[in-house]
Design a binder for this molecule. Structure first.
Ligand code: KIV
Ligand code: ZN
Length: 507
């Protein structure tokens, strides 16, 4: 009873926020990492929402054996049938049916009576149950639902076969004590509540998602829905790493356990950030770049004397690499491979060769290559996509009271060399204009962010961009010690993704 079920919805609620930008291979890669992390349930997607989501859920259901694989479904027969088709290959499949329950949703959105909602919830859970045993039901907007109606609907769906009932704070409206009482009220007042697991799913609109989730667990919930880095609709979902580490660090108080291998947290966070394009804020708890950094002299003094003075968790517990060795241009392949292993990467010979080559190029420009630099290199090399156009040369000219211009040379997949030049409002704009002229694929730049991977004048700059074409969003990342080059690489990365996805559709 003290073991908490960790239900990860990074690939569903989290991906929903990312605008459906992950492709099937990327989703599978995240699912494999979630399995290593030890999550109990992976909500792999919402099959009826798009053919891409259906495909992703089906692929994950066939490939991932350990966790339960869950598919989300509207409360209608077509959606449930589609969810079943997508998850049926899983070793442990689950269908998660959701339906609004609050008066606000019923009167303004669904225009249905309570009785109609009750009947629909019962019937749709029964339909899912006709396919499989493991059925979850969520009364959406539960935290703004009249508790007595909530109790009635929960009792009805458990009677119809729901094995998990999830209580969503859909709009992030709840306050911890209030949400905890709601959960306690369900556990004590719904006569058949003991026949199902009570779960919670909290959004972070008031910054209370983790606090609400923990309070709910304290008051009887035994499943918690969360995402890596807290990504999700609007302000996001409760962050998995924060919940898990709070339970672990304050076991003295909460006395609850999870099956998570916490040493996999940092790696999972980096992977999700890399693939979704959502940068982790530096001061983010557990996984932010500053989470284990001590700036003040008093704190540093304390840490040197005894870590426990200012550190409540050992960074190694969450898999943050404790840098013992800094690599530089004299470091050989063996030292590089060792460092990779310490960081948790085992690369095949070909990947290792490519990454080592990229490391050597970086070490030529940068005195010390840090762990963060290495992680960026690995991510860049491992997620290299097949290129329709390869960026071969970039030359820019810019300054004060002068025109910014760029000349770019690309090589296409048939080896043709394509060269052009343009002026722009700045060097990055000029580079993007030339690339657009050469590749000739209409798109709009919707986001552009530059981050420094490490400190110092020779730091690697990482550029993250999003472009939109035909209503679909594509991310691109590029890293380099020169931010114009990083910007060019990021743009080519996004354009090549766009072209690859078009190619796949044409096939
Ligand atoms: O926030 C929400 O209510 C949801 C449901 C689908 C569980 O994501
Ligand atoms: Zn949600």
């Amino acid at each position: 009873m003290d073991r908490i079920i960790i239900f990860d919805t990074t690939l569903r609620d989290g991906e929903q926020a990312a605008g459906g930008m992950l492709n099937v291979d990327e989703k599978l890669e995240i699912a494999r990492q979630l399995e290593k992390l030890g999550v109990d349930v992976i909500e792999a997607g919402f099959p009826v929402s798009s053919p891409g989501d259906f495909e992703a859920v089906k692929t994950i259901a066939s490939a991932i054996r350990q966790p339960v694989i869950c598919a989300l479904s509207h409360a209608n027969p077509k959606a449930i049938d589609s969810a079943w088709e997508a998850v049926r290959a899983a070793e442990n499949p689950r269908i998660h049916v959701f339906l609004s329950a609050s008066e606000i949703h019923l009167s303004y959105q669904l225009k249905k009576t309570r009785d109609e909602i009750l009947g629909l919830a019962r019937d749709m859970v029964a339909r899912a149950k006709s396919y499989l045993d493991d059925v979850e039901f969520s009364p959406m907007d539960a935290s703004r639902t009249d508790p007595s109606f909530l109790h009635t609907i929960i009792e009805a769906v458990i009677e119809a076969g729901a094995t998990t009932v999830n209580i969503p704070d859909t709009v992030g409206y709840a306050i911890p004590d209030e949400f905890g009482s709601l959960i306690e009220g369900i556990v004590t007042n719904v006569p058949n509540a003991h026949k199902a697991i009570i779960s919670v799913h909290c959004h972070n609109d008031l910054g209370l998602a983790v606090a609400n989730s923990l309070e709910a667990l304290r008051r009887g919930a035994r499943q918690v829905e969360c995402t890596i880095n807290g990504i999700g609709e609007r302000a996001g979902n409760a962050s998995l790493e924060e919940i898990v580490m709070a339970l672990k660090t304050r076991k003295d108080l909460l006395n609850l356990e999870t099956g998570i291998d916490t040493r996999q947290i940092y790696k999972t966070s980096r992977l999700v950030s890399e693939l979704t394009g959502f940068v982790v804020q530096p001061n983010k708890a557990i996984v932010g770049a500053n989470a284990f950094r001590h700036q003040s002299g008093i704190h540093q003094d304390g840490i040197i004397k005894k870590a426990i003075t200012y550190e409540i968790m050992d960074p190694r517990e969450v898999g943050v690499p404790a840098s013992s060795l800094v690599l530089g241009k004299l470091s050989g392949r063996h030292a590089f491979k060792e460092r990779l292993a310490e960081l948790g990467y085992t690369l095949g010979d070909e990947d290792l060769d490519r990454t080592f080559q990229a490391f050597k190029e970086l070490a030529d420009k940068k005195k010390e290559v840090t762990d963060r630099d290495i992680e960026t290199l690995v991510a860049q090399e491992m997620h290299a996509i097949s290129e329709t156009f390869h960026l071969d040369q970039v030359q820019v000219s810019c300054g004060m009271n002068t025109l910014a211009s760029a000349a770019v040379r690309l090589i296409d997949s048939e080896g043709r060399v394509l060269t052009d030049a343009a002026v722009g409002t700045g060097p990055v704009d000029a580079v993007y204009k030339v690339i657009n002229r050469i590749v000739s694929v209409p798109n709009k730049l919707t986001e552009f962010t530059v981050n420094s991977v490490t400190e110092g004048i020779d730091a690697v700059g990482e550029v993250l961009i999003r472009i939109e074409s035909d209503g679909v969003s594509y991310t691109g990342r590029g890293a380099d010690t020169d931010i114009i080059m990083a910007s060019a690489k990021a743009y080519m990365n996004a354009v090549n993704r766009l072209l690859a996805s078009r190619g796949k559709k044409t096939e």
